[in-house]
Ligand binder design. Structure first.
Ligand code: XMP
Length: 506
């Protein structure tokens, strides 16, 4: 296994995923982990992540210097490179030419890390203010950036790069990580579907003879985990589907329909009015999320009480949810309050059953298809946020706005499916803005709502690009929305990348 020392970068998870995709198990540990705990028996390599700090910051995540004396290969990325330089006596300074986004680097010395790269110069993704001015003694510079700064350096078993090989924007990024895995001599035998028997055995032991509950949202994780536990627990397992009134057009019906073949005894609760009344007058997105999360717990607990004798709660928690709880000051988790809807009703004192807590979403998808025989429509559904359409209506949520957004969104998604684009896009949706604009229909002037369309491609939802529609497709979709959805006279297409934008608008 390769361990990743997390210094608080939003991209740490990407590193772990990439390494696992290469067939090597990888695990993330916080920067303050003791060296002795990092150097486990099966350790084949260490990667030190990026982070938002300068090594000179008072609260900088500085790991133990002893880590760098380890015999296994080490790769520092961004802050990882700077911290290696700092700890080993090099000089790190704040740069006059900050490098953000795409830039070109040039290899200047041969290195195993760059083995078989197709070109001397290549495009990389950078995001840093500090630079390594002087590498530590004995290190050689193996690549330079456009500004002639240290883009990569090495000495013995220690390698470091200033750019981010773990993001798709970096050309040859995967190859560089693969080269590092080869340098480590790591065994490429990790396969999440091989973990199935262990997952089943562990879950079975936990739930044996006991009554349990779990939330169903229609999303991949909650559906897959419910199908899995239902297989093991049968009638003792009670999946609960709380319809919060913020779902897309016909979504509740579709979810129930798609789960039918798996014989789940779903408790369907229509709680729309409860949620909407609580959201009256609320415009702040964080407040919306908080209210929805809170109400969900209320409804969920009531049902659990009615079922009675409940001992465990099944959750589709994934590895990223677990990692996000590692507290690194100023870390990515502070950017937006989310992934918290459906949180555990704490006072219920239930045992948690989270069979996928070591897995990434794509690993769960592979398992769902190969081991549980679940169909593409469930497994490859676009993700949908817990707070639902409430965060896709800018401003106050009202039944009228919900109805406009539902119609527009349904047209958008239907068109994507009809045009065979749906599975090329990672996530697509409509947003109802809080603006009105002037238009003309026939001889009449209009003053109506603006729909925003968003379609993104991404491997990890941490970074994303906008989907490049053919003009005829986008035109047809916009026209169909304007002609059919009353209250809308303008459609705009969102061409922001993440970062700096996020995928959702709120
Ligand atoms: P952002 O907007 O942060 O979204 O770029 C990344 C992914 O997370 C989803 N998302 C949420 N999911 N509750 C959720 O369960 C939320 O509050 C929430 N906000 C964003 C978003 O749809 C995308 O897939």
């Amino acid at each position: 296994m390769i361990k990743i020392i997390d210094c608080g970068s939003q991209l740490t998870q990407n590193i772990a995923r990439r390494i696992r995709e290469l067939g090597v198990f990888s695990e993330i540990v916080p920067y303050h982990t003791k060296t002795i705990d990092i150097l486990s028996k099966n350790l084949e390599g260490i990667i030190i992540s990026g982070g938002q700090f300068s090594v000179y910051d008072k609260n900088a995540p500085i790991y133990e210097k002893k880590v760098l004396e380890s015999k296994v290969p080490i790769l520092g990325i961004c802050y990882g490179q700077q911290s290696i330089a700092y700890l080993l006596g090099g000089k790190v300074v704040s740069s006059e030419n900050r490098e953000y986004g795409e830039t070109i680097v040039k290899r200047i010395k041969p290195s195993k890390l760059f083995k078989n790269l197709p070109s001397v110069e290549f495009k990389v993704y950078m995001s840093h203010g500090d630079i390594v001015k002087n590498p530590p003694k004995g290190f050689e510079i193996i690549a330079l950036s456009q500004n002639n700064q240290v883009a990569a350096m090495q000495k013995g078993n220690i390698y470091a790069v200033q750019f981010h090989p773990e993001v798709d924007h970096t050309e040859n990024g995967r190859k560089i990580l693969e080269n590092f895995v080869d340098i480590c001599g790591a065994k490429k035998d990790w396969d999440p579907t091989k973990d199935y028997d262990r997952i089943i055995a562990e879950a079975s032991k936990k739930i044996k003879g006991k009554i349990g509950i779990g939330g169903i949202s229609g999303g991949v994780d909650s559906s897959v985990v419910s199908v899995l536990i239902n297989k093991l627990a049968g009638k003792n397992y009670h999946p609960i589907f709380v319809d919060n009134g913020l779902l897309r057009k016909d979504e509740a019906k579709q979810v129930m329909e798609s789960l039918k073949p798996f014989n789940l005894d779903v408790h369907y609760i229509d709680a729309g009015e409860r949620f909407l009344s609580k959201l009256k007058g609320v415009v702040d997105p964080d407040e919306k999320r908080r209210i929805i999360g809170h109400e969900f717990i209320n409804v969920f607990s009531e049902i659990a009480k009615n079922i009675g004798g409940v001992k465990y709660l099944v959750q589709g928690t994934l590895y990223p949810d677990v990692i996000e709880s590692v507290p690194v000051y100023g870390s990515s988790s502070k950017i937006k309050r989310h992934h918290n809807v459906g949180g555990l009703p704490e006072n219920m004192e239930l045992e948690l059953v989270e069979p996928f807590r070591n897995m990434f979403k794509d690993e769960v998808r592979r398992l769902a298809e190969s081991k549980l025989g679940m169909p593409k429509e469930i497994v490859w559904r676009h993700p949908f946020p817990g707070p639902g359409l409430a965060v896709r209506i800018i401003g106050e949520v009202t039944p009228e706005k919900l109805s406009i957004l539902r119609e527009a969104d349904a047209i958008f998604i239907e068109e994507l499916k009809n045009r065979n684009i749906y599975y090329d896009v990672s996530q697509a949706f409509a947003v109802l803005t809080d603006s009105q604009s002037v238009g003309v229909m026939g001889d009449e002037g209009t003053y109506e709502g603006i729909i925003g369309l968003r379609a993104v491609t991404t491997n990890d939802f941490m970074t994303s690009d906008w989907y490049n529609f053919k003009k005829k497709d986008l035109t047809a979709i916009a026209n169909r929305i304007i002609n059919n959805v009353k209250g809308v006279n303008r459609v705009v297409y969102d061409i922001s990348q993440k970062p700096p934008a996020t995928i959702e608008w709120e």
